[in-house]
Ligand binder design. Structure first.
Ligand code: ZN
Ligand code: ZN
Length: 133
């Protein structure tokens, strides 16, 4: 008799597997990507997340998974990339990836602005001009 084999990476839908509203795969009420990580690397420390490097939440191959802290995970999902130890973020206005420390404004309790400094200033000036005319 053959044992039922679960192919984590290829699973789409099975009796116990399902897809969460956020697009993650679950198996027996556990996140599949976390199960896979733990199988190879051991338990996930509290406060840590397993991230899909290519952004495809169904691509649960070990190569595509990375263990990251909560903050890093949040940054990765808000369009940031880590380059040589510095976080870069895509500006929503000009579409250029810029240094989060030098090219973005810090906003109290909210992290950093969605626009880079240049675009931010441009926007503020545009608004001011609209009010004057
Ligand atoms: Zn993630
Ligand atoms: Zn910009």
């Amino acid at each position: 008799m053959q044992k039922p084999k679960v192919e984590y990476g290829k699973m789409t839908r099975s009796k116990r597997g399902c897809i969460t509203p956020k697009g993650y795969q679950k198996y027996q009420s556990k996140m599949v990507h976390r199960l896979i990580w733990e199988r190879y690397h051991g338990a996930i420390p509290p406060g840590y997340f397993v991230h899909h490097k290519d952004g495809n939440k169904k691509n649960n191959t070990l190569d595509n998974l990375a263990l990251v802290s909560k903050l890093t995970h949040k940054r990765l999902h808000s369009g940031c990339t880590l380059v040589n130890g510095v976080w870069f973020k895509l500006c929503k206005a000009c579409g250029i990836s810029k240094n989060t420390i030098t090219d973005f404004y810090k906003i109290k309790n909210k992290g950093i602005s969605t626009l880079c400094k240049q675009c931010y200033i441009k926007k503020v000036l545009e608004r001011r001009n609209e009010k004057i005319s």
